[in-house]
Design a protein around this ligand. Structure first.
Ligand SMILES: NC(=O)c1ccc[n+]([C@@H]2O[C@H](COP(=O)([O-])OP(=O)(O)OC[C@H]3O[C@@H](n4cnc5c(N)ncnc54)[C@H](OP(=O)(O)O)[C@@H]3O)[C@@H](O)[C@H]2O)c1
Length: 248
């Protein structure tokens, strides 16, 4: 796929979708930088990758975001691909009375960190004429599928539009920027964040009556990151088993 020796940063690589994205890039010969907070889980993923750089970082902290770039450049001297995959969730009703705590918690990781890390990585990605892939969600562009999820949904809508804006700005410099929006995927997101589950309750909301595996999302990410997608930028790819088109 032309990914050999590309330097790829994957946030949220300790778990779920991000772990499989990192493992697939590594299997293609890329040099992966795996980012997360959970040391045990990151170390486990590292065993499935070829000589990865592990960066323990909390994306809610600006200094940790800077550390991701510093350690990547120290070890590899370049950045080709950034996969902004990390995400979090908190349940909150607009009537809860303390909505701004949930809003700030989610936006800080799902949107602010993504924008800050992109801004720090972009000068390096311009040099390599690489690309950026943002992991959003189907709920960034459809009516809510879970009650109390509006902060999360708004954060993902922000990711979608950020992609469009930055694809426009960086396109002239040879950098592509795309979004992948999964529908429900079997991961530990429910256990990790309290997102309403179990996953199988979302099956009837899809045309194909199924939930995805992380590999299905990783396959789309690798395609978009590769030269096969050289004409594709500013696009939001739905990998949602037809959740977006389901009407009844
Ligand atoms: N699963 C789904 O159905 C689904 C559907 C649509 C979109 N998505 C999106 O897909 C992405 C991956 O989710 P997933 O399903 O794979 O969930 P997951 O298994 O819970 O993984 C989430 C990842 O994000 C990282 N993360 C969360 N908060 C962080 C923070 N403050 N600092 C650093 N890393 C942080 C976690 O790492 P640590 O815990 O190690 O910090 C973990 O690696 C997310 O953006 C999610 O919104 C998932």
């Amino acid at each position: 796929m032309g990914l050999k020796n590309k330097v790829v940063i994957v946030t949220g690589a300790s778990s779920g979708i991000g772990a499989v994205i990192a493992e697939e890039f590594s299997a293609e010969g890329a040099k992966v930088v795996i980012v997360g907070r959970n040391e045990a889980k990151l170390n486990h993923v590292a065993k499935n990758c070829n000589d990865p750089l592990i960066v323990y970082a909390d994306l809610s902290k600006d200094e940790d975001i800077q550390k991701i770039i510093d350690e990547t450049i120290d070890k590899f001297g370049r950045i080709d691909i950034l996969v902004n995959n990390a995400g979090t969730y908190a349940n909150a009703s607009i009537l809860s009375g303390n909505i701004m705590d949930s809003y700030d918690f989610i936006m800080r990781v799902n949107l602010r960190a993504l924008i800050y890390l992109t801004s720090l990585a972009a000068p390096y990605i311009v040099k390599t004429k690489g690309n950026i892939i943002n992991i959003s969600s189907v709920v960034g562009s459809i009516a809510p599928i879970a009650p109390g999820s509006f902060c999360y949904n708004v954060s993902k809508a922000g990711v979608n539009h950020f992609t469009t804006c930055i694809a426009t700005e960086l396109g002239a410099l040879g950098v592509r920027v795309n979004t992948v929006s999964p529908g429900p995927v079997y991961t530990e997101f429910i256990e990790n964040t309290g997102f309403p589950g179990p996953w199988d309750i979302y099956k009837p909301g899809t045309v194909l009556n199924r939930i995805s595996e992380s590999k299905e999302i990783a396959d789309m990410v690798l395609f978009l990151a590769s030269d096969k997608a050289k004409s594709i930028t500013g696009v939001n790819y739905l990998v949602d088993n037809g959740m977006t088109i389901k009407r009844s």
